[in-house]
Design a protein around this ligand. Structure first.
Ligand code: ADP
Length: 461
């Protein structure tokens, strides 16, 4: 049915254009290191924004008391409370609730959105009881995870640069988002206070660090991607401000904007041109969950149009942007059967394509090429961060146990991606050094992480 001979050259070209042999990975890792340095030197000096978190004190395990976290980063917001019992008792209890944000509020005014969030928080706080208690005379403190671009100005303030992810809220760009929330809480008569404004990656690092002092880097690989790490204050030339007590802080790299040396295919270029942010977030577009499926769809569409991989006609659904998603690629790659039965049914169910066995094999190989590049580049990015830290403080990373805390649906659910990521790290660092680099999934670190940062930045200490 399908003319596989005519398709094979497309697969070969895809594999060649997206190849990530060791020299390419080394170049990417080194470029990541260089771009990090440039971003630390001056604002706007690099693709990497290297945003300061103003976190001075990392969680140690000694934190005690009741703290709240509020997480706003998409179409839901989450509220959480945690009772911390110090080194011995650790996390005594947690509770959380998730509230979905009505569509109209995403296009409304800033007051409307923050009033809605404050009232959700008030409802949740009302139900506090049982194992949770606040000492007399104290106000409830919140760690606020806000996953939109913010120029942080202190641990508890930050200016919203712009809304993203489909939000178009009027009247808050250029404003301090903590002030927006505080004012809304006041309007609700809710006596709570934000003690820490936290990026989600920073929250993940803090949450993982609470359990393990060797955590130095956190990476999110979900719909999008980002990474942060523990940096020395004296290695941040652009930092001017209050004295630091610990001499260290967390830097949010915003590495999704990295672009140096990434091997791109015609499909990447077309996808980028059709995106809402052409020319931006190139690293993110090659490694994160929102895009891998879409790149594969574009490859298959080309193979159907020019090479009739799925027979004489092009399946109609294959022309719909985002029709094939990353979880579909992942599901297809789990098929180990000889006849690739489930690959066939996924292709049929998702894009309406009838496929021969040889067509299915090509689909799996094309998917693998895309996922391999993604995992490899993510791994090279991690090595870029680790080698930057090691260059500045010899012996800090290499030769001792170092943990990279990973979170996000892509990393969590895609075994081949995880394998490629670790493969790149091992190839770049060598067996001896990479043995001590622990790359591990940190489950919902970011929620508790924000509450922990409220604790380490408590107004009462
Ligand atoms: P977000 O990044 O949106 O906050 P998640 O961390 O849960 O949320 O990541 C969701 C993303 O993870 C999805 O967009 C998808 O790309 C990816 N993902 C989810 N499930 C799977 C899966 N089974 N296989 C591969 N990727 C997945």
């Amino acid at each position: 049915r399908s003319n596989i001979v005519s398709v094979a050259p497309f697969l070969t070209k895809l594999q060649r254009d997206s190849a990530t042999p060791l020299p390419v990975l080394r170049y990417v890792a080194d470029a990541m290191t260089t771009d990090m340095r440039a971003g630390l030197a001056t604002d706007g000096g690099s693709d990497l924004k290297m945003i300061l978190s103003y976190v001075d004190c990392l969680p140690s395990g000694n934190e005690k008391g009741l703290f709240y976290a509020l997480d706003l980063g998409g179409t839901n917001f989450r509220v959480l409370r945690v009772q911390l019992g110090g080194k011995q008792e650790r996390v005594i209890a947690t509770e959380f609730e998730q509230v979905s944000i009505p569509q109209e509020l995403m296009f409304g005014t800033s007051e409307e959105l923050f009033d809605f969030i404050a009232s959700g928080l008030a409802n949740f706080a009302k139900k506090e009881g049982g194992k949770f208690h606040l000492p007399h005379g104290r106000i409830r403190e919140i760690g606020f995870t806000f996953s939109f671009p913010v120029k942080q100005t202190s641990i508890d303030s930050g200016i919203l640069i712009k809304w993203t992810k489909g939000f178009a809220v009027s009247g808050s760009a250029g404003r301090d988002v903590v002030a927006c929330l505080n004012e809304a809480m006041e309007r609700q008569g809710l006596d709570m206070r934000v003690s820490a404004l936290v990026n989600d990656t920073v929250g993940t690092l803090a949450g993982a660090r609470y359990w393990d002092d060797d955590v130095m880097v956190a990476v999110i690989l979900g719909t999008g991607t980002n990474a942060c790490y523990v940096e020395r204050i004296d290695a941040i030339p652009k930092l001017r401000g209050p004295e630091s007590f610990s001499g260290r802080t967390i830097v949010n790299t915003e590495w999704g904007a990295f672009s140096n040396g990434i091997p791109l295919t015609e499909y990447d270029r077309d996808m980028d041109a059709a995106s809402i942010n052409p020319g931006e977030q190139i690293f993110e577009k090659t490694i994160s969950g929102m895009y891998l499926g879409e790149i594969a769809r574009r490859v298959l569409l080309k193979m159907a149009e020019v090479g009739d991989i799925f027979g004489k006609s092009v399946p109609e659904k294959l022309s719909t942007p985002s029709a094939l998603r990353t979880p579909d690629l992942c599901a297809m790659q789990q098929d180990n059967s000889d006849d690739l039965q489930s690959v066939g049914s996924i292709l049929y169910n998702v894009v309406g394509a009838e496929s021969s066995l040889s067509a299915r094999k090509i689909v799996v190989e094309a998917s693998d090429a895309i996922v391999k590049r993604g995992g490899h580049l993510a791994g090279a990015g991690i090595v870029g961060i680790l080698q930057k830290m090691e260059e500045d403080s010899s012996g800090l990373i290499f030769g001792k146990r170092t943990v990279v805390a990973m979170d996000g649906g892509l990393y969590e659910h895609y075994p081949q991606y995880r394998r490629y990521l670790k493969e790149a790290v091992t190839e770049l660092l060598g067996l001896e050094i990479s043995k001590n680099i622990v790359i591990e999934h940190s489950k919902d670190g970011s929620g508790i992480g924000a509450a922990l940062l409220a604790a380490t930045n408590s107004k009462y200490d």
